[in-house]
Design a binder for this molecule. Structure first.
Ligand code: PHE
Length: 349
């Protein structure tokens, strides 16, 4: 039987009618698109019908072409409608889920300064209250500033390879903040009152020592500076810094004779134990006192290194470990907690 245009148009219309029914049970976009390709693709059913077009007299072909275009539109529309209906179904399901609008929102975690940074800023503030300015020096320091000019000669045990990281000949990672004493004395004339908080390095690693840690150095140079001034400054500091721990009860400071090559006399700084109020506990190892740093009166030989007249000026210096101060105040029992970046620890402060 010869194909007629009426036949072809009827076939096309039938395909258009079938399509909507064919995709009605499909519930995902992928299978709907696959069905669309089955009808409209190069090897699809509509194309099959169109292949018959060649057999028609040319005058009838446009009619069939129009019918084919109409089928394509019908199919495209059916796809859109079906996809729209699916999306609306999903939205309705979402809305139907019970949502309790009175529940609190998820907390958004805010960042904050690291405990050591907080403590460092607080220390600077406490010393600023009594007239200290902040000074800084490099962490990679000359041997001269770190040791030589502080009367620590080449054969001094403090320089032992066990303690000091050498960067090059005569260049070290500073093992203490005391080189800042020299740097400020080189650039500033007395009177001078500075604190220098900063990172220092030593080859040391256990529960209370880390190869990198932080110290705060203090230096006062003026006419008539005495050991009693040193003690007064330290009393102010410990009582401000540990005020919350002791609930306002006064802490005492004692200076115990010791030796640092660049001070004379040299002392270890002890404060009375804020935990047991001097009765003796685990933290102070039963003694009632806790060591917090070293200090002393600046040795005249050290003044001479930077051209300060030691007949006219005297001064004191002190150095304390910031990690240790924070450990005592917050009951941190291992120095490595500071550096591990564990938020469960850091977020407590
Ligand atoms: N720099 C010394 C240390 O790190 C501490 C100190 C500083 C001692 C100032 C006396 C004076 O051990």
């Amino acid at each position: 039987m010869p194909t007629t245009s009426t036949d072809l148009i009827a076939q096309l219309e039938r395909l258009g009618g079938e399509f909507a029914a064919a995709i009605a049970p499909l519930a995902d976009e992928q299978s709907i698109r696959a069905a669309q390709a089955q009808y409209l693709g190069k090897k699809g059913q509509v194309s099959d019908v169109m292949k018959e077009l060649g057999r028609l007299p040319p005058a009838e072909r446009p009619l069939v072409g129009q019918a084919a275009n109409k089928v394509k539109d019908t199919i495209a529309l059916a796809v859109e409608e079906r996809l729209g209906a699916l999306a609306a179904g999903r939205r309705a399901a979402d809305l139907a889920r019970a949502v309790d609008l009175t529940l609190p929102g998820r907390p958004v975690g805010g960042g904050h300064l690291h405990l050591l940074t907080q403590v460092r800023l607080e220390l600077v503030e406490i010393f600023a209250e009594i007239g200290f300015a902040v000074a800084e020096g490099p962490q990679v320091e000359t041997d001269w500033h770190t040791f030589e000019a502080l009367a620590i000669p080449k054969d001094h045990p403090a320089r032992d390879m066990q303690d000091t990281f050498y960067v090059a000949d005569e260049i070290v990672l500073r093992t203490h903040t005391s080189p800042v004493q020299l740097r400020t004395r080189q650039t500033h004339t007395p009177p001078r009152r500075i604190v220098a908080p900063g990172v220092v390095y030593r080859r040391d690693d256990d529960a209370t020592h880390s190869p990198m840690f932080t110290q705060i150095e203090g230096l006062v140079v003026d006419e008539g500076v005495r050991v009693s001034d040193l003690k007064g400054v330290l009393l102010h500091f410990v009582n401000r810094f540990y005020a919350r721990l002791t609930g306002g009860a006064g802490l005492d400071v004692r200076l115990r004779p010791s030796y640092f090559p660049f001070v004379e006399p040299g002392v270890e700084i002890d404060m009375s134990c804020g935990f047991c109020r001097g009765a003796g506990c685990r933290l102070c190892k039963g003694s009632g006192w806790i060591e917090i740093g070293g200090a002393g009166m600046v040795d005249p030989d050290v003044f001479a290194q930077v051209g300060i007249d030691s007949e006219r000026y005297t001064g004191f210096a002190f150095g304390m470990g910031i990690e240790r101060m924070a450990m005592l105040r917050h009951g941190v029992n291992d120095i490595k907690y500071y550096y591990e970046g564990d938020l469960r620890f850091l977020d407590q402060f």
